[in-house]
Design a protein around this ligand. Structure first.
Ligand code: PAF
Length: 283
């Protein structure tokens, strides 16, 4: 496995290949990321993972400074999975000058849910993903496939939309969420949880499951069900941003006659102590 840090070295490493499969990450890799890499290995003639904690997608009060940086351990894990190339640029390599040009996703997709509670987040994500795709352009060829986790459901949707609107010749593939034995969605931020919080953390996915079940099996107004789900979780010590049922197609609330299995997703974001967790479930 080759570990490269500069755009020039990445392009040189990719030059012999026709169909790179790309897994962009922020590192601190867990089984969820490893599953994306395994998936990518079947989708191209070379597998590239990037590791870059992207300041642009963090608000000033968020955890950019404390976000775990574990490059050596990450590279060991990637090598063990047969990843071919790791691109781990420094901030200077990726942003040698302040990034004046940015990608602004449409507000109806990017200013709801995560984008509402983390203003600017999707501008940061789209800008860095677009830039990473350009960095992987070698000899006129770029990544043919890029794999992103469904755990970041809205992010996956925004990136698909960006790729489509910019006519990038990249197939965006979603990887299923990996869960711990108790059902907690794997996330680098789970590492922030205390032992007691870790025990409690599964309640977010349980609350989402319950909300999905009630959305299908009762005729009660969705706003009421969502408010009850938030209240129940918050009574356990959480501070919820949203627990909500949406259409998979556009992440907008379903009309009453659209409350049918197979079309919906329930999404949640909630803070346990200092840790903000997100999760979702298609149903
Ligand atoms: O999901 C992530 O890890 C990040 O948002 C991404 C897509 C690598 C962009 O920094």
């Amino acid at each position: 496995m080759q570990v490269v840090h500069t755009i020039a070295d990445l392009r040189a490493a990719l030059a012999p290949f026709d169909a790179p499969a790309f897994v962009p990450t922020m590192g601190n890799l867990h089984e969820g990321h490893i599953a994306l890499v395994k998936q990518a290995k079947n989708l191209g003639d070379v597998t590239v993972a990037s590791i870059f904690v992207n300041r642009l997608q963090f608000a000033p009060h968020e955890d950019f400074d404390t976000y775990p940086r574990t490059l050596e351990a990450d590279c060991e894990k990637l090598a063990a999975q047969g990843c071919d190339i790791v691109f781990a640029p420094s901030e200077k390599d990726l942003y040698p000058e302040p990034q004046g040009y940015k990608v602004f996703p449409p507000t109806e997709l990017a200013d709801i849910l995560e984008g509402h509670f983390r203003p600017g987040f999707f501008v940061g994500v789209c800008t860095v993903v677009m830039k990473l795709f350009q960095c992987a352009l070698a000899q006129g060829k770029g990544p043919r496939t890029a794999v992103f986790g469904k755990k970041d459901y809205q992010q996956l949707m925004v990136i698909r939309h960006m790729v489509r609107q910019f006519a990038l010749p990249i197939t965006v593939v979603g990887g299923d969420t990996c869960r711990a034995d108790d059902g907690l969605a794997l996330s680098s931020r789970n590492g922030y949880l205390s032992a007691a919080e870790r025990q409690e953390a599964v309640q977010l996915s349980l609350a989402l499951k319950a909300l999905a079940r009630e959305a299908l099996t009762t005729g009660i107004d969705l706003h009421q069900l969502e408010a009850k789900a938030r209240e129940t979780l918050d009574a356990r010590g959480w501070a919820s941003d949203y627990l909500t049922v949406r259409r998979r197609s556009d992440l907008l609330p379903p009309a009453p006659d659209q409350r049918q299995a197979g079309e919906l997703v329930v999404l949640g974001a909630s803070r346990l102590g200092k840790t903000r967790l997100i999760d979702n479930l298609e149903f």
